[in-house]
Ligand binder design. Sequence first.
Ligand code: IPE
Ligand code: IPE
Ligand code: MG
Length: 263
Amino acid sequence: MARPRIQRPDLGGPFPEHVAIIMDGNGRWAERLGWRRVWGHREGAQSVREITTACAEMGVKSLTLYAFSVENWKRPRREVQYLMRLLARYLIEERPTLMSNGIRLSAIGRLDDLPEVAMSALRETERRTAGNDGMQLRLALSYGSRTEIADALRLVAEDARAGVLAPEDVNEETLRRYLYAPMAADPDLVIRTAGELRLSNFLLWQASYAEIFVSHACWPEFRRPQLLEAFADYARRVRKFGGLIQDCPAPAPVRAERRAAEG
Ligand code: IPE
Ligand code: IPE
Ligand code: MG
């Protein structure tokens, strides 16, 4: 089975295993060049290809891409139609790249909202890549974190009513089992492009302890060098998860520095 040889640059610290990206700024990028917004979406698809391949080559285990939010249905009909057609085309045209990089594709979100052409392309690409054992690529489509949590709670209530789940057994781990991708590990790093400092309803539960990196590059400009910049920044972070410095894995020089600062 095809699988790229893992080539990981030494960034002097840990590498994120699970990366999630809010791919923003397509419209602004196009408008800055005097083009229609949708050209930004088209160019953004090139970034998807480059970043996905780069992550697979660097041994990232899972990559979640926020491609279309539940709120994005509010956009003008023509833009939504363009995005859905682009999605269907991407899902078909990327199959050889996904296969040659050993990538498994899946999706999270209210997938029933998708038009038939996108849905059938998605199901077929999922089927063809299901046997790959490399990076997991998850597309967030018609995704909203509050919707995901509300959907999960509805299923919890149904199971409680059916008697298969006792209310006292509802805790963080049981609730997780009702999310769209129960087996997915939490993201280590959430990247947002185009400079906005917000999560826009993305992985609110899962990103509780994610490191956040905001790039000023718009998504069509976000390529390998910008990804490496985000990873290099991540390598310098100290993750404490509410504990203290000595409890957490961190690059040795950073640990020493922080310990000295803490006295
Ligand atoms: C991100 O780019 C793509 C989607 C949300 C579908 P935008 O279309 O949001 O671009 P800006 O933020 O308006 O520049
Ligand atoms: C977030 O971008 C959604 C995706 C990247 C798919 P938006 O452009 O929709 O977010 P806001 O409106 O700036 O918060
Ligand atoms: Mg935007």
